[in-house]
Ligand binder design. Structure first.
Ligand SMILES: NC(=O)c1ccc[n+]([C@@H]2O[C@H](COP(=O)([O-])OP(=O)(O)OC[C@H]3O[C@@H](n4cnc5c(N)ncnc54)[C@H](O)[C@@H]3O)[C@@H](O)[C@H]2O)c1
Length: 351
C-alpha cells in the first residue's frame, strides 16, 4: 500500500474540526497537524486526533512537510492561506465559498497552476448521495422535460459568519448544484436580498433564474427561519423529485397523466400518481469529498469540484448580489457546466 498522505487543517472551527476527524480516520491520510488561533479549540482538536497544534499556520507549513491541507478559515481569509499553502507545494482543499470575490478566486486558480498543485473546493452537496442519485435519474430521462428547479435552504442565524452574507455562504451551494443537475448554464438572474439581523451583509435572498435550456430556477435562502430546512425539488413532465439534503432522502411524485407515446412523451394533464422513496445508502459527504480529493492527487481522478467550479459559484453569487443591488435582471454569457461523474463517492454508484 502507498504511504498515507500527510494532512493538516488550517482553522478547526465548526467545519475544520470535521475535516480533521476525516483526515485522522481515512486510511489514505494521516492527520499530522492543525492550526487555529483559538487556544481552546486548538488544544481540543489536537488532543482528540493526536495532531501537532500550531497557532501560526505559516510555521506549520514550514515544519510539517505536508502533502495536503484543508483551509477552513472564515471565507475572506481563504485566498491568503491557500496561496501560502500552494506556494509551499501543498495540494490545497478550500472550504466553500472558495473566496469572497471573483478576483480572489481567479488569483487562487492562477497560484495552483503556477505551483503545479491541485486546488479542490468544498461543494459538499455534490457528494450527497441523494443528489447523485437524482442526477443519474434526470440524465436517464425519468422526468422527461424539466420545467423548474427550486431550492430552499433556510434556518436560524449563525452569529459566527461575519464576513459574508447568505448569498456567498449558502446560495453558492445551490448555484453549483442547479447547474450540475440541469447540465445547463444560468443565463439570467433576478434577485432581491434583505438584511435584517446581520451587521454588514444580507441574511435573506429570493432569486429567480433562467437556464440555457429554458428551465426556471428558484432560490429561497435565509438565516431568519427558526427551523433548518435544506430541500431541492425538480419539476418536470412526469412528476417531481424532492431531495432532502439533510436526511439524504430522494422522493418521486409521479404525474399519472404523463404517458409514453410512440412519438414521445405526452402530457395530457397533471394528476397525482405513485409516490416513491428511493433506497439510498447513506454516506458521509465530507468523507466522500476528501477521498475524491486524495484520489485526484494520486491518480488524476477528476470527480473533484475544482477551482474553476468554485470560481463559477463565486461569480454567480456576485451576479445575484448585482441583480438585487441594481434592481435589474442580469444576463450572463453562455456557460457549459462540468459534465457529471456519478462514481464520485468511493467508487460506489448511488443508483
Ligand atoms: N461545506 C459546508 O457545508 C460548510 C459548512 C460550514 C462552513 N463552511 C465554510 O467553512 C469555512 C469556515 O467556517 P466555520 O463555520 O467552520 O467557521 P468557524 O468560525 O467555526 O471556524 C473558523 C476557525 O478559523 C480560525 N481562524 C481564524 N483566523 C485564523 C488564522 N489566521 N489562523 C488560524 N486560524 C484562524 C478561528 O479561530 C476559527 O476556529 C467558511 O468558509 C464556511 O463557509 C462550509
Amino acid at each position: 500500500m502507498t504511504k498515507p498522505l500527510r494532512a493538516a487543517v488550517i482553522g478547526v472551527g465548526s467545519m475544520g474540526a470535521n475535516h480533521a476527524r476525516v483526515y485522522a480516520r481515512m486510511p489514505q491520510t494521516t492527520l499530522v497537524a492543525i492550526a487555529d488561533l483559538d487556544p481552546a479549540l486548538r488544544e481540543r482538536v489536537s488532543r482528540t486526533y493526536k495532531a501537532r497544534p500550531y497557532s501560526d499556520y505559516h510555521e506549520m507549513i514550514e515544519k510539517e512537510a505536508l502533502d495536503v491541507v484543508t483551509i477552513a478559515l472564515p471565507t475572506h481569509l481563504h485566498q491568503r492561506a491557500a496561496k501560502d499553502a500552494m506556494a509551499a507545494g501543498i495540494h490545497t482543499f478550500v472550504e466553500k465559498p472558495m473566496a469572497d470575490s471573483v478576483a480572489a478566486a481567479q488569483d487562487m486558480i492562477a497560484a495552483s497552476h503556477e505551483h503545479g498543485v491541485l486546488l479542490g473546493v468544498g461543494h459538499i452537496e455534490r457528494f450527497n448521495p441523494a443528489v447523485i442519485a437524482l442526477k443519474e435519474r434526470l440524465d436517464a430521462g425519468q422526468l422527461g422535460q424539466i420545467y423548474q428547479i427550486h431550492a430552499r435552504r433556510i434556518g436560524p442565524f449563525p452569529p459566527r459568519v461575519k464576513d459574508v452574507g447568505v448569498v456567498f455562504d449558502l446560495a453558492t451551494h445551490e448555484l453549483n448544484i442547479m447547474e450540475y443537475l440541469t447540465g445547463a448554464g444560468i443565463r439570467t438572474i433576478a434577485a432581491q436580498v434583505k438584511q435584517t439581523l446581520h451587521d454588514s451583509h444580507e441574511d435573506m435572498v429570493s432569486s429567480i433564474l433562467r437556464f440555457d435550456d429554458g428551465v426556471v430556477g428558484m432560490m429561497d435562502i435565509n438565516w431568519l427561519t427558526p427551523t433548518k430546512i435544506r430541500e431541492l425539488s425538480v419539476l418536470g413532465e412526469r412528476g417531481m423529485f424532492l431531495v432532502n439534503y439533510l436526511t439524504q432522502e430522494l422522493w418521486f411524485y409521479e404525474n399519472r397523466s404523463a404517458q409514453d407515446h410512440w412519438l414521445g412523451l405526452v402530457t395530457v394533464g397533471v394528476t397525482e400518481g405513485a409516490v416513491t422513496k428511493y433506497e439510498i445508502p447513506r454516506v458521509e459527504p465530507l468523507r466522500a469529498e476528501l477521498e475524491t480529493f486524495v484520489e485526484a492527487i494520486r491518480q488524476g481522478y477528476n470527480g473533484l469540484v475544482n477551482g474553476e467550479e468554485g470560481l463559477r459559484a463565486v461569480f454567480l453569487a456576485e451576479q445575484v448580489l448585482r441583480a438585487s443591488r441594481e434592481r435589474q435582471i442580469v444576463s450572463l454569457p453562455p456557460y457549459t457546466p462540468v459534465p457529471a461523474r456519478y462514481d464520485n463517492h468511493g467508487g460506489k454508484r448511488a443508483l
